[in-house]
Design a protein around this ligand. Structure first.
Ligand code: DHB
Length: 393
């Protein structure tokens, strides 16, 4: 090699070394990070599994580059303990410099993160937790799941018209359960029905037996239940074991109790159970059929539930915000682009109310029926465009 050539060569080598050294920084600028905090283990693990699978499906279907940015999903397991959620959120914001926080399997986890979202001006997309007041905990919170008042009120309208007037409520003793109890009772009373007893079971490791015994003794027309996703099968089993259905007590509830993640394993005893909710895997739209098929294909036959749809739509809200801000916006710009989004979800039409940052959506009445040998929540009525009744403004 001549001297000239050698010089030329080492100049190129130097340039490419510098380029290589600069690459991580460059790549970081072109990366859009979503910190997805979910309960992947513990009592709420099905919620985490459903939402992570849905987020990955959304990315597989829509690509991992938006407005020139490469989307990076950072999944963290908070084991559904709010102290852990808060620590993980802090680390994701400070160390990983995430652009968006997302996930939040239960209300206490969403609440614990709210101050971090506010202080760091990071949008917090709540994909699961469903207590009404969550969106008021930070102006940076946007919700793509549902609220318990939204789901409960529809059932309190349906029940007395269908002969169920004396009702016992049984709820998990924390935010969403208290919302369900309050809004169901208010509307039922308004409609001329009566809550004869309001029972609350512990959220962690609940034993439903003593409560169900009490319900049996009270002999109401119906038992209204809210338990978080994953606990429905235990309620159903004990309800049937005690022969409560045979004693003429009807089981009703928000759709959390006939969760699509578990419904098919609940057995024929679940047939006829009426619930109200925003999503059923049996929702008869072309978009939902495609969603369910793709989800099951990517997850060894796992049926998507309402948690999955909250995660899938949450990713849509994030992608769209990134697209409209052309990849240039910070937290405030992204948040502004999340507000007011209207789109078709596998659940039906949905809308992020710009004032409340909460989801406005159709609520369906559904009955458990057998279709092609499998149990489904089959929709038989719909209340259109339901806003969260828990919002005072
Ligand atoms: C919440 C959790 C659930 O699993 C559910 O089905 C509804 C609400 C919550 O903690 O907000």
């Amino acid at each position: 090699m001549t001297l000239m050539k050698r010089r030329h060569f080492s100049a190129i080598a130097l340039a490419s070394t510098a380029l290589a050294a600069g690459l991580p920084a460059l790549a970081q600028d072109n990366t859009f990070k979503i910190g997805l905090i979910l309960p992947m283990t513990g009592q709420q693990a099905t919620t985490g599994r459903q939402i992570e699978a849905a987020a990955r499906l959304y990315m597989a279907q829509n690509g991992d580059t938006v407005a020139g940015k490469k989307i990076q999903l950072i999944v963290k397991d908070d084991t559904s303990l709010p102290d852990v959620t808060r620590r993980l959120a802090q680390e994701l914001v400070v160390n990983d410099k995430v652009n968006v926080l997302a996930g939040f399997g239960i209300t206490p986890s969403a609440m614990a993160t709210a101050p971090i979202a506010t202080q760091s001006k990071t949008p917090q997309v709540v994909m699961a937790a469903a207590t009404s007041s969550i969106t008021q905990a930070s102006p940076y919170i946007v919700r793509t799941s549902f609220t318990l008042p939204q789901a409960s009120v529809a059932l309190a309208d349906w029940a007395p018209k269908n002969g169920l007037k004396k009702i016992v409520t049984l709820v998990s003793d924390y935010g969403p359960g208290l919302d369900a109890e309050k809004f169901f009772k208010e509307r039922l009373t308004f409609n001329g029905g009566q809550v004869v007893e309001a029972l609350r079971v512990p959220m962690r490791n609940p034993d439903f037996a003593p409560f169900l015994q009490k319900v049996r003794d009270l002999k109401p027309d119906a038992l209204f239940v809210f338990v978080p996703s994953g606990a429905g099968a235990a309620v159903m089993k004990q309800f049937l074991e005690r022969g409560m259905d045979k004693a003429g007590i009807k089981l009703i509830g928000t759709g959390d109790v006939t969760d699509d993640d578990q419904l098919n394993d609940m057995g024929d005893g679940a047939l006829g159970v009426v619930t109200s909710h925003h999503y059923s895997a049996a929702h008869p739209s072309a978009m939902n059929k495609k969603f369910v098929e793709a989800f099951e294909k990517a997850n060894k036959g796992l049926r998507p539930n309402f948690m999955a749809v909250g995660g899938y739509d949450g990713m849509r809200v994030i992608y769209e915000a990134l697209r409209t801000t052309k990849g240039q916006g910070g937290g405030d710009a992204l948040l502004a682009a999340m507000k007011g989004q209207i789109f078709e979800s596998p659940r039906g039409k949905m809308f992020i109310d710009a004032q409340t940052r909460d989801v406005v959506q159709d609520i369906y009445l559904r009955k458990v029926e057998k279709k092609d040998g499998q149990l489904y929540n089959v929709e038989f009525d719909v209340i259109k465009d339901v806003k969260d009744p828990g919002k005072t403004r």
